[in-house]
Design a protein around this ligand. Structure first.
Ligand code: GDP
Length: 305
């Protein structure tokens, strides 16, 4: 229900445009496909993924000779669901924290400033804490004092301990301290905030590599998840950030934020298709409860309902 509410703007726009594109047409022809292409691109699905979808629909039209516009919704849903990668969390409403013999589950969170990284960490901490899990936060985005302060605000709000040092301190050192503290406190999950700036690619790579290496001195298989946070309302910028971060480190999952405030939820489809990294969470508001586990079927439904 919240997902529907959250994605209302994307849904309305996409669905309305789609209806307009097929109005007065009984079958899918070239002009319907042209319109569809434009709708997908303007919904931020991205050109590459859009062309892939159009190609597939063209192939089906060619094969079935006649495809009615009434069927277009169904076909599109199938094609889009097929592009969204599967995620392994069987239950879409669960914020599942895996168990490890080495200690707490460690999530390293990456992403540029302003995308909603801190908010997402706070929301996650809240979800985990409400399951009765012990959560520890680490403020390893040490470049800006505001980043540390913001994380502290969320730590206070959620009642979760935070490990931090002064602004400008070594991110790897903060990560190290956080993991040690998490181990000592018998934490179930540790969430580390990291690199909030895209300086140059080599620096970013070096910084993230170092943070990881130092973490592994404390917990050998950490981090278990490298979560990249992207702002879903920024379209092509989100693509560009995904490109840079995946080049700099092994990103294992995505959180796409601000899907409540955008008519462009299509970015989820393009990014998921092109980077083959599962979207694990979506942000649908500024509140503490406005984070959801991504469910591709719900997501596709919300586009077409
Ligand atoms: P950071 O710099 O990446 O850590 O970004 P913040 O977490 O400070 O978030 C930047 C702004 O985006 C804040 O005003 C947040 O309230 C807002 N924000 C974060 N996630 C969402 C979301 O899912 N929806 C909306 N509408 N706003 C969000």
């Amino acid at each position: 229900e919240t997902l529907d509410k959250g994605l209302e703007k994307s849904k309305t726009t996409f669905f309305d445009k789609l209806n307009k594109a097929v109005a007065g047409k009984s079958k899918v022809d070239d002009s319907v496909l042209d319109n569809l292409e434009e709708i997908l691109v303007s919904s931020d699905v991205g050109v590459t993924t859009t062309l892939k979808i159009i190609d597939r629909i063209e192939a089906r039209v060619a094969q079935d000779k006649y495809v009615g516009t009434g069927e277009l919704n169904k076909i599109l849903r199938e094609e889009i669901a097929g592009l969204l990668s599967e995620i392994d969390s069987g239950n879409a409403t669960d914020f599942v924290v895996p168990k490890h013999t080495t200690g707490p589950h460690v999530i390293m969170v990456v992403g540029v400033n302003g995308v909603g990284k801190t908010t997402t960490i706070g929301k996650l901490a809240h979800q985990f804490k409400s399951q009765g899990l012990n959560v520890v936060l680490g403020a390893a985005d040490t470049f800006r004092a505001a980043a540390i302060d913001q994380l502290q605000v969320w730590a206070d709000r959620t009642g979760v301990p935070i490990v931090k040092q002064e602004m400008g301190s070594d991110p790897a050192s903060v990560a190290f301290d956080t993991l040690q503290s998490g181990l000592n406190q018998n934490a179930d999950v540790i969430i580390i905030d990291t690199a909030g700036r895209l300086h140059n690619k080599v620096n970013l790579m070096n910084e993230l590599t170092k943070v990881k290496r130092v973490m592994q001195k404390v917990i050998t298989d950490a981090p278990h998840d490298v979560l990249l946070v992207l702002d879903g309302s920024t379209g092509q910028n989100a693509f560009e950030q995904a490109k840079q971060f995946t080049a700099a480190t092994e990103v294992t999952s995505l959180a796409v934020t601000k899907l409540d405030g955008t008519a462009k939820g299509g970015v989820v489809i393009g990014i998921s298709d092109q980077f083959q990294i599962p979207v694990k969470y979506i942000g649908v508001g500024e509140g503490i409860d406005d984070l959801q586990v991504f469910n591709k079927f719900e997501f596709v439904d919300s586009f077409f309902k």
